[in-house]
Write a protein that binds this ligand. Structure first.
Ligand SMILES: Cc1cc2nc3c(=O)[nH]c(=O)nc-3n(C[C@H](O)[C@H](O)[C@H](O)COP(=O)(O)OP(=O)(O)OC[C@H]3O[C@@H](n4cnc5c(N)ncnc54)[C@H](O)[C@@H]3O)c2cc1C
Length: 364
């Protein structure tokens, strides 16, 4: 029987998808296998449509609905939901560009899940920023750009047909202030994705380098630039935004649901559970306040709160699960490793500093 399309966050079909993803989550953590089945489920349930406008065959959910959807999915399987965010980041960059023919060409297939796109932009925001020579360089030439170097972190690079990638424009072999965003087809000559390194968590996302060896990209694949600060133009995967905090909140929900289940049999867990649930509610309120455009705190403070609670809730779940939780295959151990991901993923300097101060037990 075909899966029902999820048309709103209140749709009971979302619970059905949640259940299917949760059942498969421990298995991919052990095998590190790309979650093809989970991503196909997302296509069947119409999840890719949430993020794309009706004009391109999507459902165009508003931000609040998307956050609710992400919360449900990330509490079931963080790896699959993380991959979704990278795919969505690529879709948003394409959708917000002025390149109409590229939108027409790519967005309908992406809405239906017929193709996979991802992003390689961290080297313009949070990775390798201390190096004098940019890791991915672009040279303008007749009819396009020649890209040379690598993008250090590309989720599902070997699985993608398209990668939205950023590069620094060079002139006379020197970096300029200008950058560009292009869509790179992964079957172009010179493009390769080596076997990714094993990660501490979300390893099945198969995140690793995308190498580009003098790859010619025609002008028709240009999304933005060359311009200064190309990442601040349009919308897409941004660093330290509420999306990362949303996924951390999903992880908190999974860990605290487990703790609540244990607390029904063990009264000594009730007090710490109640305290963590209170913070969970505060985090939820802060998240939706940001979504409604009436923030109680900056997005950096929100992220720090989400990181802190993800670390503490997952460790509380592990402590309650005791030695049993420390065996590979138990979700509590997986949640602890996944919580560490939020310390490094898309983490701008102010959040990094705040995390370090909290760990050191000092005020900023
Ligand atoms: C699992 C995972 C998935 C990701 N997926 C994506 C994705 O799909 N797309 C994407 O664009 N990004 C992605 N990212 C990138 C992410 O958002 C960050 O950019 C990344 O975690 C930054 O880490 P880095 O080691 O590259 O940082 P860097 O700043 O490059 O640090 C590298 C090393 O350099 C040293 N160093 C750092 N700063 C300095 C300094 N000032 N002086 C001297 N030495 C220094 C440190 O020893 C450090 O270990 C992903 C990251 C992870 C971990």
């Amino acid at each position: 029987m075909p899966s029902p399309k999820i048309t709103s966050p209140d749709d009971p079909a979302l619970d059905q998808l949640h259940e299917s993803l949760a059942k498969l989550a421990d298995q991919i953590d052990v095998t590190d296998k790309w979650p093809a089945e989970q991503l196909q489920l997302c296509a069947d349930f119409g999840v890719y449509e949430w993020f794309i406008d009706p004009e391109w065959g999507g459902q165009g959910w508003d931000t609040e609905a998307v956050v609710q959807g992400y919360l449900a999915l990330s509490s079931a399987c963080l790896t699959t939901t993380f991959i979704l965010t990278q795919r969505t980041g690529a879709c948003r960059r394409i959708a917000s560009s002025t390149n109409h023919s590229l939108k027409e060409r790519l967005l309908p297939g992406l809405a239906q899940g017929n193709s996979f796109a991802t992003v390689g932009i961290s080297h313009l925001t949070t990775s390798r920023r201390h190096l004098a020579r940019p890791v991915l360089r672009a040279r303008q030439t007749e009819g396009g750009f020649v890209l040379d170097g690598f993008s250090p972190w590309v989720t599902g690079a070997a699985e993608a047909q398209y990668v939205v990638i950023g590069a620094t424009l060079m002139a006379d072999d020197q970096p300029t202030e200008e950058q560009l965003l292009v869509v790179v087809l992964t079957d172009l000559p010179g493009v390769s994705a080596p076997e990714p390194a094993k990660l501490v968590g979300v390893s099945a996302s198969r995140t690793g380098e995308l190498r580009l060896e003098n790859v010619f990209v025609e002008d028709e694949w240009l999304l933005a630039g060359p311009t200064e600060n190309v990442m601040s133009k349009g919308v897409g995967a941004s660093t330290g935004g509420h999306e990362t905090s949303t996924l951390a909140s999903g992880l908190v929900a999974a860990a605290l649901e487990f703790l609540a289940g244990e607390a029904t049999k063990r009264p000594n867990l009730e007090k710490p559970l109640a305290a963590l649930q209170k913070e969970q509610e505060q985090l939820r309120e802060a998240l939706f306040a940001v979504v409604h455009g009436e923030p109680h705190c900056s997005s950096e403070q929100l992220r720090q709160l989400a990181n802190s609670l993800a670390l503490r809730s997952s460790q509380a779940a592990l402590a309650a699960a005791k030695g049993t939780g420390y065996i590979v295959g138990h979700p509590a151990g997986r949640w602890c490793r996944e919580a560490l991901f939020f310390l490094v993923w898309s983490c701008p300097q102010p959040v990094l500093s705040a995390n370090l101060c909290e760990l050191a037990g000092i005020a900023e």
